[in-house]
Design a protein around this ligand. Sequence first.
Ligand SMILES: [Zn+2]
Length: 283
Amino acid sequence: MIEHNSTEDQVYFAYFAPYSMERHADLIAFAQTSERCQVETLGLTLDGQTLDCLCFGEPGASRKTVWMVARQHPGEAMAEWWMEAMVNRLVDHSDPVVNALLDKAVIYLVPNMNPDGSRRGHLRTNAVGSNLNREWDNPSLDKSPEVLCVLDKITRTGLDFGLDVHGDEALAYNFIAGTEGIPGWNRERQQQLELFKMTLANLNPDFQVEQGYPANTAGNANMSYCSSSLAECFGALVMTLEMPFKDATATPDIVQGWSPERCGRLAHSCLDALHLCWDQVIK
Ligand SMILES: [Zn+2]
């Protein structure tokens, strides 16, 4: 329950800080001013909006390929706050971790996988009611052109590491879900997953490894998920990052709760974790 005595004529309430499509347009325009970023329109959505992709670094035969996508579920605005911080860091030429990563990798970002759902105010679906994170095994122009055009680009670039960024309404924790249960799961993949999660937990106390979704048993992964589909197809470490809506249980902030600023710190920690784990998780 919310009790509030307003001194204004209009008041807005949100479950989490909104991330508007106007702010999204500003983010893309800002990224475009960086000489190390190329903006590419991967296609159009059913409502005729652009599906924007940011490419950092110089593609080349010797470079590995990192993909990070966010906001398949448009109500999970924390995922795009995470992306904004990622963009702000990747454009920084004075950042030694970014420079080291971009020496050996190209980093592709899709800051908003679901512009139609975002503009329409949907929680989990696109313009025709598709849950995009159930479309990766069989995307279509009719139901999920967003997934179709991103997957087409990934197929052309390849993928050596992937992160799909979300928010979870129920669990008040930051956690990572792996792709246990896909046909190609093995001990090495398990070790890569555990190393990345432990490194991230050591870097950032807002992230933890005790709470999260139960891992799928062998052969029981849902292959329509982004992470499962890409991990199986490319033989790479691909994970789903979940952030809370209200707060992180172990590290509460009684004034702000989970906030855009803390999403940003977590994004930066994810980049640091990738840097630290690089030799073990990139094959
Ligand atoms: Zn989600």
